[in-house]
Design a protein. Structure first.
Length: 360
């Protein structure tokens, strides 16, 4: 779109894609060093599993590093040395998946749209540091709820889980009012959804963390996905004219639709390129320090919300700020009629929460 409109200052943006191994420090470093060796003007990455090598490679180079890491540990590294890591610009941390989820439960119960059968929350916890951080934040928010919610069992799993029957047996025995699946791999959450739908815990609200945003979730889960709730701290709405225009353009460009598109990183990376283009239109792209300073000092309105990198991390609505005009939106979706449907925030919802088939 930018190039079709004449580029930035008459210069087209060139796109260099490098595939990296996001699971090893060596793979991450090699991928980032390949790009910096090309003399790129900026680095854009959805996420890496181990952020420090990426931060260090980007810091040594100096160009803006626009990331969707969703990682509190990476943000603490940036905060510990802003002079070194001032080129790192990132979305809100994963801890909001925990605290924000508990807020969502409270809002949903208080609205009358859902009456929990009990106030116990069981957590199925993945084995990454990311998922450990989310679980810890969830527990902290439950403990701070004044008895509104109670922690049940934490059930640990490993990546690659295919047989969910031991987990389902524990859930059936516990009979919690809420089940949080704190795991991020879409295909594995689809497998969980299929097996849970075949042997559900009647009446329990089930939340899947982030992974359903990946297109393969609905493709694999099929009809079994109906009724599951999930959330993302950066996502794609569908109520404003801007949301609808982005979706239509993205669908046309990629041959996708509302069912087959990714719900998180297409919009986030689109926004990151727009942030960069805005900076490059105002300062010399070769002056990395000036570009980084401009990005930090000049918020932009994007598809994912109001993007303010003054502190390197854009604020989250409603976790940090009181309105969507001040931050990027923490969305909650429910699979309704086979598609991801926004149910919260209430002021940006497509539809109200509907009891899942096993809740009726």
């Amino acid at each position: 779109e930018i190039n079709a409109a004449g580029g930035v200052g008459g210069r087209p943006i060139e796109f260099s894609v490098t595939d990296i191994d996001i699971l090893t420090p060596e793979g991450i470093t090699a991928g980032f060093q390949k790009l910096t060796g090309e003399g790129v003007s900026a680095l854009v990455s959805p996420f890496v599993i181990i952020p420090p090598p990426a931060l260090d490679a980007a810091a040594a180079y100096g160009a803006p590093y626009m990331s969707g890491d969703t990682n509190i540990d990476a943000q603490l590294i940036r905060a510990s040395d802003p002079a070194k890591y001032g080129n790192y610009f990132v979305d809100p941390p994963e801890t909001y998946y925990g605290s924000g989820f508990v807020t969502f439960l409270t809002n949903l119960a208080d609205s009358g749209a859902w009456t929990p059968k009990n106030n116990t929350v069981d957590i199925i916890r993945g084995d990454t540091a990311y998922n450990q951080n989310i679980a810890a934040a969830t527990v902290e928010a439950i403990e701070a709820s004044g008895g509104k919610w109670q922690l049940g069992e934490i059930i640990d799993i490993t990546a690659g889980t295919k047989d969910w029957s031991p987990v389902l047996q524990k859930l059936a025995a516990n009979d919690p009012g809420v089940i949080m699946v704190d795991h991020w791999i879409g295909a594995e959450l689809a497998s969980f959804s299929q097996q849970f739908a075949a042997a559900p815990v009647d009446g329990s609200l089930v939340y899947l963390q982030y992974g359903p945003s990946q297109p393969e979730y609905l493709d694999i889960a099929g009809d079994s996905a109906e009724g599951f709730v999930w959330g993302t701290v950066i996502g794609t709405g569908n109520t404003s004219a801007e949301d609808k225009a982005f979706r239509a353009a993205y669908h046309a460009a990629t041959g996708t639709n509302d069912v087959t598109m990714g719900m998180v990183y297409p919009a986030w990376c689109y926004d990151m390129v727009k942030v960069l283009a805005n900076a490059w239109s105002n300062v010399d792209p070769a002056d990395f320090a000036a570009v980084n300073e401009f990005i930090a000092a000049n918020p932009t309105q994007g598809v994912t919300g109001y993007i303010d990198f003054a502190n390197g991390v854009t604020p989250s609505y409603p976790n940090d700020v009181a309105s969507a005009a001040e931050g990027v939106t923490h969305y909650f979706y429910q699979v309704q009629d086979g598609r991801h449907t926004v149910i919260e925030p209430a002021d940006d919802a497509e539809a109200p929460f509907t009891p899942a088939p096993w809740m009726q």
